[in-house]
Design a protein around this ligand. Structure first.
Ligand SMILES: Nc1ncnc2c1ncn2[C@@H]1O[C@H](COP(=O)(O)OP(=O)(O)OP(=O)(O)O)[C@@H](O)[C@H]1O
Ligand SMILES: [Mg+2]
Length: 299
């Protein structure tokens, strides 16, 4: 973890310097007062349920009356479109083409959720140059006009791309399963971010549990460690049951909240959506989507 922590430190220092410069020219707080909520979904270990949570929660929020835009930022392993049950013709990075505008890359998936597909198999995708970043920044800015909530499916772990999206987001959902390896990796993520972000913006979602008690036990286990070594407590937004309906829906390439809305996992998603909507926003001062982009692209 040592070299990853170092990379993270360098990245944050770089960003802090750029933000300080931007503040001087008055660019940074352009986004203040904007209401779009930006929620990044991440995990320590891969394969613990990020994409399923991102897709089904997006549908749940849309059904609850929110306009949702889901962005697949899992560079290299993009598969939101697979679970959305629609074919994506374009992806995020097509915005780099001069004649491609935001509307061209937005697809419509299940329940009318809008989404922007990621780029499969392109490892260097985010290593775009400064000019290209500016282009992406400008073209993505209007996303906030189209959505009340923007959900971002990031990759797992502490790669540079993941870190950038998580640090820029105002709210972060850290998903884990009860497996010891997943818990260890979730802790590593909390530890890495704890130095740099306001820890209150990270909340846990415990996936693949057998009963409610298991969720409480997992949250307590994580918090015993975070309290002891980091002196922080991480809140939990909710849980999702281990459920065959999830696996069946993945095979059918449809969100389980639509295919089997009464399944235990689907009910959990509806509860998570309600908790997000009824609970306090995590930060009182909202930077909104523009604030997110400013941070992501280092302005
Ligand atoms: N609640 C659940 N019940 C049963 N199976 C589940 C559940 N959640 C996830 N799975 C299984 O785990 C698989 C991986 O889920 P998903 O693709 O959402 O993980 P991920 O974190 O996005 O993975 P990656 O790190 O590769 O992006 C699913 O295809 C499904 O088979
Ligand atoms: Mg995924």
């Amino acid at each position: 973890m040592a070299d990853q922590a170092e990379k993270l430190r360098d990245l944050v220092e770089e960003r802090a310097e750029e933000e300080a410069q931007a503040r001087q020219v008055g660019e940074l707080y352009l986004g203040v007062g904007e209401n779009t909520r930006v929620i990044a979904i991440t995990s320590g270990k891969g394969g613990v349920g990020k994409t399923n949570l991102a897709v089904n929660l997006s549908v749940g929020l849309q059904q609850a009356g929110q306009r949702v835009l889901l962005i697949d930022a899992d560079i290299g392993m993009a598969n939101v479109n697979l679970l959305m049950g629609s074919v994506a013709n374009r992806s995020l990075l097509d915005l780099l083409e001069n004649d491609v505008e935001l509307e061209d890359v937005i697809e419509e998936g299940a329940a009318g959720v809008k989404y922007i597909s990621g780029v499969a198999g392109v490892e260097a995708a985010m290593n775009v140059n400064r000019m290209e970043q500016k282009k992406l920044h400008r073209k993505l800015a209007r996303c906030s006009e189209l959505a009340d909530v923007i959900i971002i499916d990031t990759g797992a772990g502490l790669n540079r791309n993941v870190i950038e999206f998580v640090l820029a987001a105002e709210e972060v959902l850290l998903i884990t399963t009860p497996e010891p390896t997943a818990l260890a990796d979730a802790y590593a993520v909390i530890k890495a971010y704890s130095t740099y972000t306001d820890r209150r913006n990270i909340r846990l979602v415990i996936n693949r549990i057998r009963d409610e008690e298991e969720c409480y036990a997992v949250v307590e286990k994580i918090n015993q460690t975070t309290k002891k070594f980091l002196n922080v407590t991480i809140g939990c937004l909710g849980y999702i049951y281990e459920d065959r309906a999830v696996i069946e829906a993945v095979h059918k390439q449809e969100p389980f909240v639509i295919l089997n809305e009464k399944s235990p996992a689907a009910r959990c998603i509806f509860e998570l959506a309600q908790s997000l909507l009824s609970g306090e926003k995590m930060n009182s001062v909202s930077r909104g989507w523009r604030g997110f982009l400013d941070k992501l692209f280092g302005y």
